[in-house]
Design a protein around this ligand. Sequence first.
Ligand SMILES: Cc1cc2nc3c(=O)[nH]c(=O)nc-3n(C[C@H](O)[C@H](O)[C@H](O)COP(=O)(O)O)c2cc1C
Length: 326
Amino acid sequence: MNIGSVKIEKPLVLAPMEDVSETPFRLICKRLGADMLVTEFASSEALIRDVRKTLHKIVILDEERPIGIQIFGAVPASMENAARIVEAANPEFIDINAGCWIRSFTSRGEGAALLKDLPKMETIIKAIVKAVKIPVTVKTRLGWDEKNIVILDVAKMVEQAGAKALTVHCRTRTQGYSGKADWTWLEKIKKSINIPLIGNGDIYAPEDAQRMFETGCDAVMIGRGAIINPFIFLQTKHFLKTGQYLPQPTIQEKFDKCIEHLHLSVKYKGPRDGVVGFRKHYAGYLHNLSHIGKLRHELMQMTNAGEIEQRLRDFLSECASMYAAQ
Ligand SMILES: Cc1cc2nc3c(=O)[nH]c(=O)nc-3n(C[C@H](O)[C@H](O)[C@H](O)COP(=O)(O)O)c2cc1C
């Protein structure tokens, strides 16, 4: 797949996820095999108003490359100005959010609301393509609802407007996350455009990614599957290459990665926010482990990263023999 200077065969892409695809999680996914990353979305209105918290969201590290920064908004002039600010942060590409389904966004004409106003979506894409030198990509859904599936029109328009790749989460806006992602659209979309197509929706295992690639899409984007299991990138790459499953990570490997992630969280978000904001990730690292109810409860109360690390290491030595036997 080619997006500007980025050339990767069958890349696995970490999805943009608000409050999740921040620097620490992005670094972990990169170290665990993600080929390309996209930041959580940043508000165009906040960027052009210099809101510190939002400016922080577009800071990227060299280790994360290739990476795209995602922005959202409904006002073409604001999106254009925000894109210039994002370009100065030096990502490989800028991604336009045209898929966020949450009412507080769509009621302002942002995110998936653009699926109900294709001329405005086109104006925004063209304005950004004209304003910046780096590639522009678009992430969207199939349509507003099942009666208004517009993705084939959107795909052609996005390409003609100058975007260099299209990501499709194969659900409608009204679906939110309900039902199943309908991957049958990917084949039809792929046939109608010449820019790379990134498939998205419901990848939880290596064989899911393989089946999604079989639709013809150029890249596979993984969101919730990476929260539950950040090792999914390594596991999927191995499976795509060899047709064999990697052994499941051991509890030691899971806890080591958890501790590494926790320390990155503290490094980039500070001692308090870094620990509190990390709580959503315990479920992923403890997934599929038995006898962890009490540990999980304790971790959720703890506020000091050093003590959390010690508790995890103590648990490992207490339970080493039990897990070795599994
Ligand atoms: C917690 C969370 C936050 C999300 N934030 C964003 C976002 O900032 N931008 C975006 O385009 N999509 C966002 N999404 C949607 C994901 O990028 C992805 O399209 C969706 O989760 C479907 O992929 P999956 O089934 O692999 O999770 C978010 C999803 C989740 C679960």
